[in-house]
Each structure stands twice: as structure tokens, then as C-alpha cells.
Design a protein around this ligand. Structure first.
Ligand code: ATP
Ligand code: MG
Length: 257
């Protein structure tokens, strides 16, 4: 099972759209077995895949009450089926914020590696595990980053976004001691056809030194409509331009594996 985290310290930059679209295309179009993890207390990915329950079990139990930390849950007991035959998920809700606090207070040795331990239990059952992250590098996200071999970082045109990618690279570098396998790859998102956007794209690809997916994701109002409808984008807009872009990105991903 290849574990991919979608992370950026920026909010509203397309993390969830990217995680959901990649998961959907891998599962429903390439018939890969996909497990989606929701690492954000907002629960956006859980909502998109129809698994959101404000009081339900999921990521919090995986991190706090799993058998590997002396609790009573096995990973498989926390996995929910979605309406898509190739996609399962472990959902999240607001309790994940409390989980972050609880992990922070614990000071136990496995407080940042417990997700990795819990996921080994199901590593034979899935080809990919796609994790949507919140915007903070909290204990939940650190657990995800220490489990992942690839971090996909959406970045859009702008100076602060570029700096955010630098910061994330530094943070990932700091985690390498615990997870030597980890690497980071950017996706330019919300690309428009103006000069600034196109120049930024060229700089990202040619001169920034960041490892980038070749395909940029274009901006389209259809994505916002899919978000409002809480429907995963490639299902909402099967042949829209942004779906096509994510399809290309998945092709790049499959080629490099
Ligand atoms: N390519 C795109 N074109 C136009 N709008 C987009 C695109 N990608 C994402 N959006 C919109 O931008 C908003 C934020 O997207 P999304 O929720 O994926 O970001 P996020 O980084 O996960 O946000 P958060 O930090 O809140 O978790 C949503 O309204 C979404 O519809
Ligand atoms: Mg999100």
C-alpha cells in the first residue's frame, strides 16, 4: 500500500479537491483499491465521500484507541465502505482537534508513529492510501507524514504560496530522520491563462528547484459547484477541464510508481 499525503500549510488551496479527485480516479477509473483517510477535523473529505458523522468513530479512535496503543479497535473496524466499490475510508470529525491535543499531552514514544503501526494491519488490502490533511502541522498530520512515502503539495500563483511550499519542504526535511522514504512533489493548482499565472508556472517547473507534477490544474467554477454539491469532482464533472487535469496527474503518478 502506497501512502500519499496531500498537505500544504495554506488553507483553501485545493488539498481536499486534490485528495478526493486522485482517490476517485485511482479507484473508480483504474480499479485500484483505495483507502481514504481524513486528517482534517473539518471532515470535508468525509462529507464528499458520504461518510461524515459528527459523533461517529474514525480517525480519532484510530489514533487514540487502537490495539497498538492498548485500545480496543482494530483498523478494519474503523473503515467505512463508500458508495464506490473500490474506495473505503476512515472519516474524521471535530473530535480530531481534541485528538491532536491528547496526543500532544501524552509524550509517549509512539505518539507520532502510531498511525504507521495501525495502517500496517491493512497494508495488504489496499493499493493506495490517500490522506487529506488539515492546514496545520499538528500531531495528526505529523502521524500522516511519518506514514507517507509521498507528500503532494498543491501550490497556486503567489509569493506566500511559494513560501508555504518552502516551509513545507523544510518541515518534511525535519521529519526525514523518522521517515527516510518521504519526498514531496508539488502540483500547481487554480492555474489561469493570464501572464502572471503562466510565468509562475514556468518558474515553478523550470527554476524553482521544486519537484513538480508536469500537469497544472486549471481553475474552473465547476470545482466550486462540485464542492457546494459535496460531490467528488470527477463524478460531478466527468469531462470537465479540471477532471482531465487530475486524470493526467494520476497518469503521471502511476507512471512513476
Ligand atoms: N482548480 C480549481 N478551480 C477553481 N476552484 C477550485 C479549484 N480547486 C479548488 N477550488 C475551490 O477552492 C476552495 C477550496 O478548495 P479545497 O477545499 O479543496 O481546499 P483545501 O486546501 O482543502 O481547503 P482547507 O484548507 O479549508 O482544507 C473550494 O471552494 C474549491 O471548490
Ligand atoms: Mg481541505
Amino acid at each position: 500500500m502506497k501512502i500519499i499525503a496531500v498537505m500544504s500549510p495554506k488553507g483553501g488551496i485545493g488539498k481536499t479537491t486534490t485528495a478526493d479527485s486522485i482517490a476517485y480516479i485511482l479507484g473508480e477509473e483504474h480499479e485500484k483499491r483505495v483507502l481514504v483517510l481524513d486528517g482534517d477535523p473539518q471532515g470535508d473529505t468525509s462529507k464528499t465521500f458520504g461518510c461524515y458523522e459528527p459523533e461517529g468513530i474514525g480517525m480519532s479512535e484510530l489514533l487514540e484507541r487502537h490495539v497498538c496503543v492498548g485500545g480496543d479497535y482494530h483498523t478494519s473496524e474503523l473503515i467505512k465502505a463508500t458508495e464506490y466499490s473500490h474506495i473505503d475510508m476512515i472519516p474524521a470529525n471535530g473530535y480530531l482537534m481534541k485528538t491532536d491535543m491528547n496526543l500532544l499531552m501524552k509524550q509517549e514514544e509512539n505518539q507520532v508513529t502510531r498511525l504507521r503501526d495501525a495502517l500496517t494491519e491493512v497494508s495488504g488490502a489496499y493499493d493506495y492510501c490517500i490522506c487529506d490533511c488539515g492546514r496545520l502541522l499538528d500531531m495528526v498530520v505529523i502521524n500522516i507524514l511519518l506514514s507517507a512515502s509521498l507528500v503532494i503539495a498543491p501550490v497556486k500563483v503567489g509569493g506566500y504560496e511559494n513560501e508555504a511550499l518552502h516551509n513545507l519542504e523544510e518541515q518534511v526535511e525535519n521529519l526525514r530522520e523518522f521517515n527516510p522514504e518521504i519526498r514531496i512533489k508539488g502540483i500547481m493548482t487554480m492555474r489561469q491563462k493570464n501572464k502572471t499565472s503562466l510565468e509562475f508556472e514556468e518558474w515553478l517547473r523550470e527554476a524553482s528547484g521544486f519537484d513538480m507534477f508536469i500537469t497544472p490544474v486549471r481553475r474552473s467554477i465547476v470545482v466550486e459547484k462540485a464542492t457546494i454539491g459535496m460531490t467528488v469532482l470527477p463524478k460531478f464533472s466527468r469531462n470537465g477541464i479540471v477532471t482531465q487535469d487530475y486524470r493526467e496527474i494520476v497518469r503521471e503518478l502511476l507512471e512513476e510508481v
